[in-house]
Design a protein around this ligand. Structure first.
Ligand code: TXA
Ligand code: MG
Length: 324
């Protein structure tokens, strides 16, 4: 049985975490599947509950930058970015400190650690109350669409985790930007809630490696989260739609194309923030509605690539990629 906890029950959620249980919690990006990152058994249970490959490392969440930097070693760029964007949707990949308490399995055995301070008040309250580093991948079964409500978490993980702390719908709606600073340069491992242009305004040019297949990611291990097929709805996804058939469900951005069998509007005003916040709920809804109506696939209208559009298009390309 998975408990649905209200905001007032944050202490109870923290006690469960400290006892080694899995507790999903809201962040400004998506819901995370929390576990005490020091506890190898709890971390192993996260991989188990998600059905996640063990080569794909987890992000550790902290209530303050100093707590994060006690486990992972920042340079001046990391400090400047933390100052500017934390709490917020930015994850920094840094060298593990020798005394790092985070279980090696959480970092998939890498000598780096991904750390972030989330901006959601309930996440911060939970992290403060638990007072441990909290490993937190998105709270969905591996490969499926990330959850932006407590109900989405229950849809995928009910019975597999102890509790979900309900903080309402997530306001950003796409995951954090993952930036690798550990190897000396700066590389974008995942576009996300902080546009890369905003990061470059603080630290200068950021490399943008191209996504690789799961097979190649397994071989290189540099960036396991960049595997192509991810965020996958059940229905096939067709991108850059400029016309739509009656047998298709439409993910609209701006004035909807005429003739679709079902429509989810990302943003009528073509606002990228609104579109990001509504993206994963839309994929889930079109999937369910499409199945109910017997539709063939989801067609997606073009979304501009600038700013948050890069994160939205990244998730859509993965949703449309051949399933591996
Ligand atoms: O917004 C978010 O980041 C959400 C919320 C819950 O914080 N979390 C999230 O976690 O999206 P997850 O596990 O679904 O994605 C973590 C990403 C993966 O792509 C993973 O490969 C990458 O971060 N990652 C984690 N640790 C890493 C490391 N040491 N080196 C390189 N990439 C790493
Ligand atoms: Mg995820």
């Amino acid at each position: 049985m998975t408990l649905l906890l209200a905001a007032a029950e944050v202490e109870r959620a923290a006690a469960l975490l400290r006892a080694g249980e899995l507790v999903a919690f809201p962040t400004e990006t998506v819901y995370g599947l929390g576990a005490d990152a020091r506890n190898g058994r709890a971390v192993a249970a996260v991989f188990e509950a998600k059905g996640r490959p063990h080569f794909n490392p987890l992000i550790c969440h902290f209530a303050e930058a100093e707590a994060a930097f006690a486990e992972a070693l920042p340079d001046d760029r990391a400090r400047a970015l933390a100052e500017r964007f934390w709490p917020g949707p930015l994850t920094l990949v840094l060298p593990r400190r020798p005394a790092c308490r985070v279980d090696l399995l959480a970092g998939a055995g890498l000598d780096t650690l991904a750390v972030r301070v989330p901006a959601h008040p309930l996440a911060l309250a939970l992290l403060r109350a638990a007072d441990v580093p909290v490993a937190g991948p998105s709270a969905n079964r591996s490969g499926q669409v990330s959850p932006t409500t407590a109900q989405h978490v229950l849809d995928g993980l009910s019975g597999r985790i102890a509790a979900v702390l309900d903080g309402g719908p997530c306001t950003v709606g796409v995951e954090s930007t993952v930036l690798d600073l550990a190897a000396g340069g700066a590389a974008l491992l995942r576009p996300g809630g902080v546009p890369v242009e905003a990061i470059e305004a603080v630290i200068g040019p950021v490399a943008r490696p191209i996504p690789v297949s799961a097979a190649a990611a397994t071989r290189t291990l540099r960036s396991p989260g960049m595997m192509l097929s991810h965020y996958a709805p059940v229905l096939p996804v067709r991108l850059e739609a400029t016309e739509v058939a009656a047998e298709e469900a439409l993910l609209a951005f701006g004035e909807p194309l005429p003739g679709a069998g079902a429509i989810w509007q990302l943003s009528a005003a073509r606002d990228l923030r609104e579109a990001a916040a509504r993206l994963f709920a839309g994929l889930r809804w079109l999937d369910a509605e499409g199945a109910r109506l017997g539709l063939a696939r989801i067609a997606v209208m073009p979304v501009p690539q600038a700013g948050l559009g890069a994160a939205i298009n990244d998730r859509l390309e993965r949703a449309a990629a051949p399933r591996e």
